[in-house]
Ligand binder design. Structure first.
Ligand code: AHN
Ligand code: ZN
Length: 350
């Protein structure tokens, strides 16, 4: 299980090499071309601990581990086992873990058990950053011609966001560890929302508010009663469907409406980190609703959604809510672009 711990030594060596290369590129000011290149690809100089390297193979393994449990349909044994595994991982990473359990009502009247998982580093810090994803998977494949009533693997839809969050969580003790003479750091919360994906299957009413309210039941529950009364954060970042091969991320319209400044911060950071080809600074309206919607509207924490826009469909990846959403569409390179960018944003907060 903890084969990842053995990667730490390699990680440190890779990081040392990275810092050496960075130092070399910073002192090499012999030609204007070199200097220009360094400006574009090297993150801004700042104080505080350097951003650790996000390990794409570790993140990928976390996605595969989730898929191996089977579909994480709320109420199922696989869902329970995967939730327990997420909690164990987070505790091993040094987080304080809080769970929110409740019962919510699906669009068809069915009562569904709900389990939100919240992992906190520096829980007492007033200045906080929130990162989130949904960890449940859709109980049916309503966009598939074959076996539409069977649950999906949700490697991308569910699995990818959780995989990236866990790999970030593996490094968060390094961020919050006290440094001699340094001001107290900022706190971080990773929130794993349940029952995001039991929304009403699309019909003529698509885009209508009532049908939109049937999605994101875990984040609705948390937004109306956060795990800490009066909870606040400087900003939030939601990760949803962020692991498919060649995925490109546009500035999602709901995020632009409520949190344009944070969107620009994230997309600028991606560019500075060398992922400008993945993060395109143009707005696309293609998400009906997602977990960040209710967080923005109810708690008013400016929260952005990093979610793939797939050009040929003008919307989601073609595997969306089909059996094609399995581990074969996941690419560690996509997880890396997203994970390293988000870590750079978080590590830049002072
Ligand atoms: C709609 O836009 C209808 N749903 C986006 C929320 C979602 C479902 N994300 C993943 N699955
Ligand atoms: Zn979905």
């Amino acid at each position: 299980m903890d084969h990842r711990m053995t990667r730490t030594t390699t990680g440190n060596r890779v990081r040392a090499l990275f810092i050496l290369l960075l130092a070399a590129s910073c002192t090499n000011t012999s030609g204007p071309d070199v200097e220009h290149d360094a400006e574009e690809h090297v993150p801004q100089q700042r104080s505080g601990p350097p951003t650790p390297l996000f390990d794409p193979d570790s993140a990928y393994a976390y996605v595969a581990d989730q898929v191996a449990f089977g579909p994480r349909v709320p109420g199922s044994p696989a869902h329970k086992a995967c939730g327990d595994w997420i909690v164990r991982r987070l505790r091993a990473f040094g987080a304080q873990v809080t769970e929110q359990q409740g019962v919510v009502t699906a669009f068809n009247g069915q009562k569904v058990p709900m389990r939100n998982i919240i992992a906190s580093w520096l829980p007492e810090a007033k200045q906080r950053v929130m990162l989130c994803a949904h960890w449940d998977t859709r109980p049916f494949a309503d966009k598939d011609k074959d076996r539409p009533n069977e649950p999906i693997d949700g490697a991308n839809d569910g699995g990818s966001g959780v995989g990236v969050l866990l790999e970030i969580g593996r490094h968060l003790n390094e961020l919050v560890a006290p440094v001699a003479g340094d001001a107290p750091g900022i706190g971080v919360d990773l929130i794993f929302f349940d029952v995001e994906d039991m929304g009403e299957p699309a019909n003529a009413m698509v885009g209508e508010r009532n049908s939109m309210d049937s999605w994101c039941l875990g984040s609705q529950y948390w937004s109306r009663g956060p795990h800490v009364p009066g909870y606040n954060a400087r900003f939030g970042i939601l990760l949803d469907m962020c692991g498919a091969r060649d995925a490109v991320f546009y500035q999602e319209a709901i995020s632009m409406r409520y949190a344009a400044g944070i969107v620009r911060k994230v997309w600028r950071t991606a560019d500075r980190s060398g992922y400008g080809d993945r993060f395109v600074p143009e707005t696309k309206y293609f998400v009906g609703t997602d977990d960040h919607d209710v967080i923005n509207r109810v708690l008013r924490i400016p929260t952005v959604d990093i979610i793939e826009f797939y050009e040929p469909t003008g919307g989601f990846h073609p595997s969306w809510h089909t059996h094609g959403d399995n581990i074969t569409i996941i690419d560690p390179a996509t997880l890396k672009a997203v994970g390293q960018t988000v870590m750079e944003v978080v590590w830049s907060e002072r």
